[in-house]
Design a protein around this ligand. Structure first.
Ligand SMILES: NC(=O)c1ccc[n+]([C@@H]2O[C@H](COP(=O)([O-])OP(=O)(O)OC[C@H]3O[C@@H](n4cnc5c(N)ncnc54)[C@H](O)[C@@H]3O)[C@@H](O)[C@H]2O)c1
Length: 457
């Protein structure tokens, strides 16, 4: 039986960093060590300028860092010292060979497992925090247990359900925590060690335990269901535009049904983020590999609909701006995949920016937190791209504004001043349906929301 005191997390990213910081805050009697191979990231975690923007994160890190939370690049020493190891490395979609474009690329995971087996001198509990395909734990367990040192390794699956932008709140007050384990005496004892940690601040009835495969699958299914709601309402937004129905009114009407519920029914230019597409593709691949083609096709359609929604958005811009964007300057207002994060992975803004450049438009990108990431995402593209933190400066000489992120600060901008700065007729495409469309139309904009009538002059 392994008794836990020293906890290591491998991977100091959007999940590893906030998750361990909150655990350290709430569990002062345990020691937490977060390691990463990326020196810049670790340096930033040790500074006052953290590597990720997340509301409330600075305060949590400040309280725990130096007390029972430390960050370093000393992965092997960290492994040696730990009783419990969370593995929270990235699990990107495979780009080569069997399953390319769908399956998860598990080479980093396997290397991590082999390294843990190699350097360990004491028994450990290894916790999958990364989102992984069903039955990965089995492979990890076999690699770890094939070590010749007679050490005990128990593998748990503890998928993370936090959402970027609300990560700290989600971690402090989770809807549930899920822990999967082998249903053996040692597996259940390891599970109890992790249950004890969470129960320091999470209600007992919210800490769910399951078999390890159910835990792994539940994470993929949770993301698939969330993305499916977005694609479902986005499919209806196209129908609303064709029929003069209003997608916000439809959302309110159906969301008021308690069987359906109101969350994740906001129509938009589409979902982004590092997880939804990757995890659904993973689910599709798993279904296919078990010969369940209809199941795979069903879930793949969620992604097809999301691609369609982004394409539709750009086509609407081209069509309404007299079928040509060449030489026209367009303000991309927001680049993060959603509000309250600087993360731009799979952001619809990347797709829209690429398409606008293909049409030979000039683009200017404005985002309160994501300009550095945007520069990185677009660095290989040719065309006229500029970056500007000040939205008023950014609007100068633009023909159109495309709202790509639902930042609150965009709702209260002085659109009259921006309109004054722009070439007329001025166009506004609201990819997040966050503006008061009548008000901006009254200012003089030609307004194109999602799933509603356009307001033109
Ligand atoms: N981002 C989210 O909102 C979210 C939510 C729930 C689950 N997840 C899952 O959590 C996992 C991590 O996601 P993320 O967004 O934190 O990724 P990330 O890319 O932000 O962080 C991963 C970190 O792991 C580090 N790393 C990679 N290989 C390593 C190694 N061998 N040794 C040490 N460090 C290594 C990388 O340098 C990077 O800093 C993924 O599986 C993801 O699907 C993400």
């Amino acid at each position: 039986m392994i008794k836990v005191k020293n906890i290591l997390c491998i991977g100091a990213g959007y999940v590893g960093g906030p998750t361990m910081a909150v655990m350290a805050l709430k569990c002062p009697e345990y020691n937490f060590h977060i390691v990463d191979i990326n020196q810049d990231r670790i340096d930033a975690w040790n500074s006052n300028d953290l590597p990720i923007f997340e509301p409330g994160l600075d305060e949590v890190v400040q309280q725990a860092r130096g007390r029972n939370l430390k960050f370093s690049t000393d992965v092997e020493q960290g492994v040696k010292d730990a009783d419990m190891i969370f593995v929270s490395v990235n699990t990107p979609t495979k780009t080569f060979g069997l399953g390319a474009g769908e399956a998860a690329d598990l080479q980093y995971w396997e290397k991590t497992a082999r390294m843990i087996a190699e350097v360990s001198e004491t028994s450990k509990i290894v916790v999958e925090k990364s989102t992984l395909p069903v039955r990965t734990a089995e492979a990890m367990s076999r690699i770890l247990k094939s070590n010749s040192k007679n050490l005990e390794f128990e593998v748990l699956s503890n998928p993370e359900f936090l959402a970027e932008g609300t990560a700290i709140q989600d971690l402090l007050l989770p809807d549930r925590v899920l822990i999967g384990s082998e249903q053996t005496t040692n597996g259940l004892a390891a599970c109890q060690e992790l249950v004890n940690i969470y129960q320091e601040w999470v209600d007992k009835d919210k800490v769910l335990t399951a078999n390890i495969w159910s835990a792994e699958l539940s994470k993929l299914v949770a993301n698939a269901f969330l993305a499916q709601r977005v694609s479902s309402i986005n499919s209806i937004s196209a129908l609303c535009e064709a029929t003069e129905a209003n997608v916000d009114e439809v959302s309110i009407a159906i969301g008021a049904d308690t069987r359906i519920g109101s969350k994740f029914l906001k129509s938009s230019v589409g979902f982004g983020g590092s997880c939804f597409k990757k995890d659904i593709l993973n689910l599709v691949y798993i279904a296919q590999s078990y010969g369940l083609q209809e199941v795979a096709d069903y879930w793949r359609q969620v992604i097809i609909m999301n691609d369609y929604q982004q394409e539709r958005f750009v086509l609407k811009m081209i069509k309404n701006m007299f079928n040509t964007l060449a030489g026209k300057k367009i303000l991309i207002l927001g680049f993060a995949f959603k509000a309250n994060t600087g993360d731009t992975r799979e952001s619809p803004a990347i797709f829209v920016a690429k398409k606008l450049l293909e049409e030979q438009a000039s683009i200017v990108i404005c985002d309160p937190k994501a300009i550095d990431s945007a520069k990185h995402d677009l660095k290989d593209l040719e065309g006229d791209i500029s970056y500007e933190l000040d939205p008023y400066e950014a609007s100068k000489d633009c023909h159109a504004i495309a709202v790509m992120t639902e930042w609150d600060c965009f709702k209260d901008l002085d659109y009259q001043s921006m309109h004054n700065n722009m070439v007329k007729p001025a166009f506004l495409f609201d990819g997040r349906n966050i503006l008061n469309h009548q008000k901006v139309h009254d200012i003089g904009f030609n307004v194109y929301p999602i799933g509603k009538d356009s307001l033109t002059h």
